[in-house]
Design a binder for this molecule. Structure first.
Ligand code: OGA
Ligand code: ZN
Length: 383
């Protein structure tokens, strides 16, 4: 459980001092932090909200020489370079509330194999903004959403993807057909089972979001599997902290090779951001090549990978479901691992179409729709 956030407020603490009060802690806001946030036409282009001057050119000894609160919630600040600007307390507090690595989006809800209430939604290409916000909330908190009733005409996966972000084309094309074929260039294009993996860890950057759309499934196997890699990494961090550290600090090489393509990239299986929070999982047991480290280091790495992998494959963490014709699963390829059980192609056709979109599309759309909803609510309130 994250600790509750202490209440935040702003206070004039001295003639030239605007302070942030965070619970029991109070500190004066750095004058340069304020100066570079002035939102007047002299400091920023009002249309694009982009700064007009380089903030590193501001006087390094900048001071606040006067602060007043002409009306509740608005502060007027006078700077030592002669500039004066108004600040909305709400804007400052909203920014102060964000954790340093926060995406300003709904917080993640980590899940395990006991997740039975899967985020399913009826697909509607004309969905209202409210409906799309609800889909995005599911996707951003759980890392996936399953749409039902998506028309099974080939190529629809690209239309669905483009509702949420920009297509990330690869050497497999803008979309790729996942079905059992002879001379497959990837094990996904056979009928074998696929252990939990993230897609394309051999690319930089890795495709952020994957969509898999089922056009036909006439077999009894080929169940889809998903695992919340962040939940498993979090469990490892608590239960096996040394293994966690090893996986967060070992650069593993991933490779993909075919006639026209040779891709390789290095990444730790558990990638952390600068604050130490989970950022991305890079894991594919069929594509990873750890460098030839000295034996003791490799022994430790292999032990850590085994602990992670065994958890990733444990029913405790995995969910399974059958994609039926018209189902489409969209998932975060940086957080979730996916796989499938094997199937017998003699039973019938199993055909999925897949595509990737960039990781930041749904977050951007979520913010835009949330802004519009809040603006509409303000207009209704003031009407
Ligand atoms: C893939 C993949 C899973 C499936 O194409 O990347 O993992 O259900 N496919 O076939
Ligand atoms: Zn895959």
């Amino acid at each position: 459980m994250p600790a509750p956030t202490p209440a935040l407020s702003l206070k004039i603490t001295a003639p030239g001092e605007l302070s942030l009060v965070r619970g029991a802690t109070t500190y004066a806001i750095h004058p340069l932090w304020l100066r570079e946030r002035c939102r007047d036409a002299a400091t920023m282009d009002l249309k694009t909200q982009q700064r007009l001057s380089d903030p590193s050119d501001f006087d390094p000894a900048m001071k606040v020489v006067g602060v007043s609160e002409p009306s509740p919630g608005t502060f007027r600040v006078k700077f030592s370079d002669g500039h004066e600007a108004a600040f909305s307390a709400q804007d400052i507090l909203e920014e102060a509330q964000l954790a340093p690595n926060d995406h300003d989006c709904p917080p993640l809800t980590l899940w395990d194999g006991s997740l039975t209430n899967l985020p399913r939604a009826r697909w509607n290409a004309q969905a209202s903004e409210t409906e799309r916000l609800a889909w995005l909330e599911s996707f951003l908190t759980l890392g996936f959403v399953i749409f039902e009733g998506v028309p099974t005409s080939p190529g629809t996966v690209l239309k669905v993807g483009s509702m949420f972000g920009f297509t990330r084309e690869t050497n497999f094309g803008a979309l790729f057909d996942v079905r059992s074929t002879p001379n497959a260039t990837d094990l996904a294009y056979t009928s074998v089972s696929l252990d939990p993996h993230t897609d394309n860890p051999y690319r930089t950057p890795v495709p952020g979001i994957q969509l898999l759309h089922c056009l036909a499934n006439e077999t009894t196997g080929g169940l889809s599997t998903l695992v919340d890699g962040f939940a498993v990494a979090q469990a490892l961090r608590e239960e096996e902290p040394e293994a966690f550290q090893v996986l967060a600090s070992t650069p593993v090489r991933f490779k993909y090779i075919d006639g026209e393509t040779e891709l390789t990239a290095s990444a730790p299986p558990i990638e952390l951001d600068v604050t130490g929070a989970l950022k991305s999982i890079h894991f594919s047991p069929r594509l990873d090549f750890v460098p030839l480290f000295p034996p003791a280091q490799l022994e430790t790495y292999f032990g850590a990978r085994r602990k992670f992998d065994h958890r990733l494959r444990a029913p405790q963490y995995e969910i399974r479901f059958l994609l039926q014709a018209g189902d489409l699963v969209m998932f975060d390829n940086c957080r979730l691992l996916h796989g499938r059980t094997g199937f017998d192609p003699r039973e019938g056709l199993r055909h999925l179409q897949g595509a990737y979109i960039d990781i930041d599309g749904p977050r951007s759309l979520y913010r835009v729709l949330r802004r519009r909803r809040n603006q509409a609510a303000t207009v209704r309130r003031s009407a």
